[in-house]
Design a protein around this ligand. Sequence first.
Ligand code: HEM
Length: 406
Amino acid sequence: MNQVERKYDLYSQEFKHNAYATFAEMRNNDPIYCQLGLDGVTPIWFFSQYEDIEAILRDKRFVRDEALSKDPEDRYQPSPLDDLLNNHMLNKDGDDHRRLRNLVSQAFTPKRVADLRPRVQAIATALITAVKDKGEMDLIADFSFPLPTIVILEMLGIPAEDRDKFKIWSNALIEPQMTQEGMQEAVKQLTDFTHYLRDLFNKRRHEPKDDLITALLTAEEAGDSLSENELFSTMVLLIVAGHETTVNLIANAMLALSRNPEQLEQLKTHPERMPQAVEEFLRFDGSVERALNRWAIEDINYKGHQIKRGEPIILILGSANHDENKFANPEKLELDRHPNPHLGFGKGAHYCLGAPLARLETEIAMTSLLTQLPDIKLAVPENELRWRFLPGFRGLESLPVTWRVD
Ligand code: HEM
């Protein structure tokens, strides 16, 4: 098999424009299907039905830590940089996962997040005020990117003047590199990133503040609860999660509303329905299309498919969220859909820790846009929009919008 022989194209721009049609085909014809991944050599199991995806997310035989599924001699030997970046909760299982998650979960409880409301609102209003008189903006660059990134960097305690660097670093962490030069540049960026963090940690050790960095450093110093690698990696995870997720959900929601003008009007007259609408945005076109790879820790016969120990598994959350066996009229945006058991934030042990924050940010972002720029609309035909090449995520490169200036 080579790349051309893949049955389902899951990477091209064309796919990105019609992803849900591809997923419907997979659910109907090949709900459990093994084909080559992006590298063109690794066979990967793709799951597209809700029932299976939910079951596997809860099944302890499918793990996040690849090493657990391999014999010691077959394990990938991580570089010191890998060790610094990848030792976080989302790559761990069992007790290690619980320990790492508990250390930061305090910062993301619904109560702590609710306390952020005035600050998130102030940032949203300031961003809109900055562009209001222009009558146009790139919704992503000018609004949906800065909003959640300012929030997470402030929570962590990153100085405002350093924010721009994080965009480059976050991108270097998630963009797949297909060339040698691309790979070298990414390693250089990530090395700069670790130097920056090391300096910042030193500053906070001498001058603690009321921020997440100081809280994590305290945990590290308290003993064996957090190693240095885990400290770095936890920062990495929170930075990436804060830079690559809510930004796209807000933009995808605006695109969905522009395709459904009646629903848009309803939401304008009933902004109090926004929290329920946010759940539908997560289902209809959520920003995390797939869970991160799982690995089988033993040979498993799953519904007649022989999955071997060590084989990677991809669970397509975006497909589960459009499964007709779970949702009536799945291809319709229904802002008052209830119940709405979408898997946009995953399920089980790794259920999104930032979900309360992401919900709050999206609710405030969408309400602010619709109330402060009530006639906002797309500035270009939909077919001119381009999706970012990021397997597993659904994010537009830009979303030009306009409104009337009186
Ligand atoms: C709309 C925005 C977001 C979406 C759609 C989203 C989605 C997800 C999903 C699907 C997972 C599970 C991945 C898996 O099981 O493989 C996850 C995990 C996680 N998310 Fe989010 N996320 C969002 C925003 C955020 C934010 C803003 C933060 C924090 C800054 C965050 C922090 C995390 C963390 C720490 C995990 C790992 C949890 C664990 O391993 O126990 N997320 N997210």
